[in-house]
Design a protein around this ligand. Structure first.
Ligand code: SF4
Ligand SMILES: [Zn+2]
Length: 356
């Protein structure tokens, strides 16, 4: 459906150099992982179009994202957690699914109505998850209410979604769009597809009867705090027309990534929690559900404020996620809000000369 395959995009688009740098950073990682165990599994609550539900979240250990093998996105450390250099056979994925069910039995009273399946790549990419394994997953979770499957736009196609839809499950495709601005997605995130590809994939999903959950990245590298906030507000507004849920991920500093290298050299700071709150507050009037669950909030490597108010602002963000009520942010304040405003006014991009 689209020309935006990882391979086609890498050539002659200025991404070659970016990818070469990413490959050399990732090569520093020599950990390896068991293909019979999922990368991660946990149970919490999440908002769906039908309300808040207990949620079983699974990160399956697959061969990892194809794009990450080429070099991949500047902030993405997930590939560091995938099985080295290859695909995971069906039998191993079956063991992973068994391990997930065992975890759920041990930690939850009955089956969770919502199941979210991530792979550190694309669950709908058949090189990563063979059709046989995808059908096994669909069959395993057939009695649930809703399944969310992660995929890049290239791999979204009705027959793959029908494996789930035909079993009576509500299905959402989770797409890591990152931003609605092609220039930022290409040059700051180093992600290869275009906004138009996302729109096409979202239309295909919706025509098949599935929903779309879009993930946006707050403050990729090379943007100032103000640029990042403006891009996020604009991206949420545009994306809300094509997805029932928009999940904003504040960029966090993961190992073996370009963001990590920049952070180490003083060239990157994760976003302020004030920026996360401001983006949610300013877009609360959109039709989509807009949520954010900042990874590592309050820590140096995650979205953070001054250290004094982080927990309070994080709690306000959690309240907003559940209630979608922007007034929750009126109840938090701190002296560092003024510092954040100064940052918005004064910060310039990394490597900008101070004098000429
Ligand atoms: S963010 Fe997604 S597309 Fe980019 S390298 Fe990571 S898994 Fe691949
Ligand atoms: Zn503060």
């Amino acid at each position: 459906m689209s020309q935006s395959t990882p391979e086609a995009r890498e050539r002659g688009r200025g991404m070659d150099a970016h990818n070469a740098a990413m490959r050399s950073i990732r090569a520093e990682n020599d950990a390896s992982y068991d293909p019979h165990e999922p990368t991660r599994v946990w149970i919490d609550e999440d908002r769906t179009p039908d309300g808040v539900r207990d949620s079983l979240t699974v990160v399956l250990n697959t061969g990892g994202c194809r794009w990450a093998r080429a070099g991949g996105c500047t902030m993405c450390g997930y590939v560091a957690e995938s099985v080295d250099g290859g695909t995971v056979p069906h039998e191993a994925l079956r063991d992973q699914v068994e391990a997930v069910l065992a975890h759920e039995r041990a930690h939850h009273d009955g089956p969770c109505p919502l199941v979210k399946i991530y792979t550190s790549g694309s669950f709908l990419d058949e090189r990563e998850v063979p059709a046989e394994s995808r059908r096994l997953v669909a069959e395993t979770f057939a009695g649930r209410e809703r399944v969310v499957v992660e995929s890049l736009p290239d791999f979204v196609a009705a027959p793959k979604l029908e494996d789930f839809l035909d079993r009576g499950l509500a299905v959402d495709v989770a797409v890591g769009l990152e931003t609605a601005t092609d220039r930022v997605r290409h040059d700051c995130v180093n992600k290869y597809f275009d906004w138009a590809d996302f729109v096409t994939a979202s239309e295909a999903a919706r025509a098949a009867g599935a929903g779309v959950k879009a993930y946006l990245l707050m403050k990729p590298p090379f943007l100032t705090e103000r640029e990042a906030l403006a891009d996020m507000v604009d991206s949420i507004r545009r994306t809300a027309d094509h997805a029932h849920t928009v999940s904003m991920n504040p960029c966090n500093v993961q190992r073996y990534t370009m963001v990590d290298e920049l952070h180490f050299r003083g060239g990157y700071r994760p976003p302020w929690l004030w920026s996360v709150a401001a983006a949610l507050e300013r877009t609360a009037d959109t039709d989509a559900i807009v949520v954010s669950d900042p990874v590592g909030a309050g820590e140096e490597r995650g979205a953070h404020n001054c250290g004094e108010c982080d927990e309070r602002v994080e709690t306000a963000i959690e309240d907003f996620d559940l209630r979608q009520d922007p007034t929750v942010f009126e109840q938090v304040d701190c002296d560092c809000h003024a510092t954040w405003e100064t940052v918005l006014d004064e910060e310039t991009g990394f490597c900008q000369p101070l004098a000429r």
